[in-house]
Design a binder for this molecule. Structure first.
Ligand code: DC
Length: 228
């Protein structure tokens, strides 16, 4: 049983750059509140992976848009992960290469528009949703919004530790380069760039433990009477 009771339909938006800890934090907040956690990065990762797997050039925008159209119809996005052809393909989506494909697909505005309704529908009955544009574009009226940050070095270190479990070949320097490229693409794109919503609470987690960040979020929610 969860420790807290959220108000009905509570939607919590958690945004931040790669390695800011939003995935882990969202999972822990969701668990504490008994809310479904939806990782929107996984959605873009699946689409990037699928388009690449079909042999489509990720720079060929019309071809990518057409492929994404059918990929969305073929997948089943659940709280546990993304299912494709009746199997959970989430473990295939976590690598750095797929992150780079995802970032390219995510920069195409037609694709972002297409995914809006899907994300809103899933969030409607209450959830913790994490991504880059949840507080600004997907759920601008979310009941609570948080924007997580951490220093560049700390983010790269966290990502490296995480990847040691799968992609052991990746070096810290490669991750730093990849983070920089991805930050530039995610923050510099015209459509729904990564940015803090004006009404989001920013938490710099560089020197904080995970449980301290979670406690801070829960304290905000309790103070606003969104949980009891
Ligand atoms: O959080 P992540 O690393 O799994 O996200 C993969 C890519 O998807 C990342 O480059 C940014 C993009 N993304 C996005 O543009 N909007 C979101 N809401 C979530 C992810």
């Amino acid at each position: 049983m969860s420790e807290w009771i959220p108000v009905e339909g509570l939607r919590i938006a958690i945004d931040g750059p790669s390695g800011s800890g939003k995935g882990t934090i969202a999972t822990m907040v969701g668990k504490a509140l008994g809310l479904v956690v939806m990782d929107t990065g996984l959605l873009y990762r699946f689409l990037g992976w699928r388009v690449n797997d079909l042999g489509i050039d990720l720079n060929d925008e019309p071809a990518v848009v057409a492929a994404v159209d059918s990929a969305v119809a073929e997948m089943d996005w659940r709280a546990e992960g993304i299912f494709f052809e009746n199997r959970d393909c989430t473990p295939l989506l976590r690598g750095e290469d797929v992150g780079a494909y995802a970032s390219k697909v995510a920069a195409i505005s037609a694709i972002r528009k297409q995914l809006l309704e899907l994300q809103r529908k899933i969030a409607a009955s209450g959830c913790v949703m994490d991504g880059r544009d949840i507080g600004t574009v997907v759920l601008p009226d979310a009941e609570a919004k948080f924007f997580l940050t951490a220093s560049h070095r700390e983010r790269a270190r966290r990502r490296w530790v995480q990847l040691q479990q799968s992609d052991a070949e990746v070096t810290l320097d490669q991750i730093v380069d990849d983070l920089k490229a991805r930050d530039a693409r995610d923050s510099g794109r015209d459509c729904s760039p990564l940015e803090r919503a004006k009404d989001a609470i920013e938490i710099d987690s560089t020197t904080m433990r995970i449980d301290e960040v979670v406690d801070r979020i829960l304290a905000v929610l309790e103070r606003r009477r969104l949980i009891s």
